[in-house]
Design a protein around this ligand. Structure first.
Ligand SMILES: Nc1nc2c(c(=O)[nH]1)N[C@H]1C(S)=C(S)[C@@H](COP(=O)(O)O)O[C@H]1N2
Ligand SMILES: [Mo]
Length: 384
């Protein structure tokens, strides 16, 4: 018995469904999803790593919640689109090289290389993004730096790809999409039906997850973090135990918030903070992992505490009691400190903060990424 491995050629793949009219339409929506994810991703990156030329606004309070929700929804919608698009073109991998070596071969190799970079970057972004939103970090590299760097590769190679393919794309959009199946055809679908199934898969993927950010979708979002789950109706990203904050440390009667300012250090006990004018604000926690939830927070405005030590609103660093993991401190820029809704929160929905929400005191500010809403504060340092 002899077994022969047959290398497929482009002609081996005969499905009528693989056609530029399909590829171009799926590709256009995929490109739109990548563009939305790119711009909202830049926004999020800047929000966490403020470039000097940008003052990140604190109003509207829901801004980051929306940009982050759009980011995750666009990435999720892109998954079925990318699968269908790759399926529709992958036989071209087996196309013959223009032989013997010539300028055409060079161009052919260059095009294959650019497509390989694009596909690699696109798959990397969607896979790492999905893993991040399910809080699964099996890798050693920093998710944020890698996702950010590869975003530039993806968007750059995408722009190049569209430019190279523009004539094909134009022609494909000029042609109608075939909508009936010929009698005796092997494919049970028409091209139009394939497109419709693709749009539906994409919409279902978004619906199945968007409830993490959109309260009225909570019940249909079987795969989303439930935005209403968690103590006091708000989800927890990292619990006190996970951050190494013991109940004993958080409820220590000797706890006082240290405010370090040019004239020295002033401490405020929780009772002293509670005796100051309290402000209440409805503000969202919007996690980079895609869930968000609005809640009603009460506490003292950061600027009121600074005023007590004679400091006008300016940049401050807030530090957490936490003993392990990232996000133990965050920088509050001057314009955020100045906002009266930027709170050193003591209560959530009129009750003392739950330990997992940051008892005895947490920062909560409008339009700020969740990772910077530092919990379990013990110290505020006025920046020089
Ligand atoms: N000290 C500290 N604060 C923190 C974190 C943390 O790990 N440590 N996680 C942040 C993240 S990623 C989010 S999304 C919010 C979640 O707040 P919640 O658990 O009260 O919903 O807290 C932020 N504050
Ligand atoms: Mo988060």
């Amino acid at each position: 018995m002899s077994a022969r491995v047959r290398v497929p050629s482009e002609a081996t793949f005969s499905s009528r469904l693989r056609d530029p009219t399909v590829t171009a339409r799926v590709g256009a929506l995929l490109g739109l999803c990548f563009a939305m994810a790119f711009f909202t991703g830049l926004w999020s990156h800047w929000a966490q790593n403020l470039p000097g030329w940008l003052t990140y606004p604190t109003s509207p309070a829901w801004l980051y919640r929306v940009t982050q929700g759009v980011h995750v929804a666009a990435g999720t919608a892109a998954v079925p689109l990318l699968l269908v698009k790759l399926w529709s073109v992958y036989p071209r991998l087996f196309a013959a090289f223009p032989w013997p070596p010539s300028r055409r071969l060079m161009l052919n190799l260059l095009e294959r290389l650019s497509v390989a970079v694009l596909v690699g970057a696109a798959v990397f972004q969607l896979v790492t993004g999905l893993m991040n939103s399910s809080q699964w970090y099996p890798w050693a590299f920093s998710f944020r730096s890698a996702h950010y760097a590869v975003a530039w590769v993806a968007i750059g190679s995408l722009v190049l790809h569209v430019a190279v393919k523009l004539p094909v794309i134009r022609r494909a959009f000029g042609e109608p999409v075939e909508s009936s199946v010929e009698p005796g055809d092997r494919a049970p679908l028409s091209r139009r039906a394939l497109l419709r199934a693709t749009w539906t898969a994409s919409a279902l993927a978004v619906l199945a997850t968007a409830g993490a950010a959109v309260p009225f979708l909570r019940r249909v979002s079987v795969f989303g973090v439930r935005s209403g789950d968690g103590p006091q109706g708000v989800p927890i990203n990292r619990s006190a135990v996970a951050a190494g904050v013991t109940e004993a440390a958080a409820t220590d009667p000797a706890w006082a918030l240290e405010v370090v300012h040019p004239a020295g250090t002033t401490s405020f006990t929780r009772d002293q903070l509670l005796a100051m004018p309290q402000r209440t604000a409805s503000l969202p926690i919007a996690c980079v992992e895609g869930w968000s939830a609005s809640a009603v927070w009460t506490g003292v405005a950061l600027r009121d505490v600074l005023a007590r030590v004679g400091v006008a609103p300016t940049a401050v660093l807030v530090l957490s009691l936490q003993t392990q993991g990232a996000f133990a401190s965050s920088l509050v820029p001057a314009n955020v400190t100045a906002d009266t809704d930027t709170l050193l929160a003591l209560e959530l929905y009129g009750e003392d903060l739950a330990l997992d929400h940051g008892y005895p005191c947490r920062l909560i500010a409008p339009a700020r990424p969740g990772v910077l809403q530092t919990k379990w504060l013990y110290r505020v340092e006025v920046q020089a």
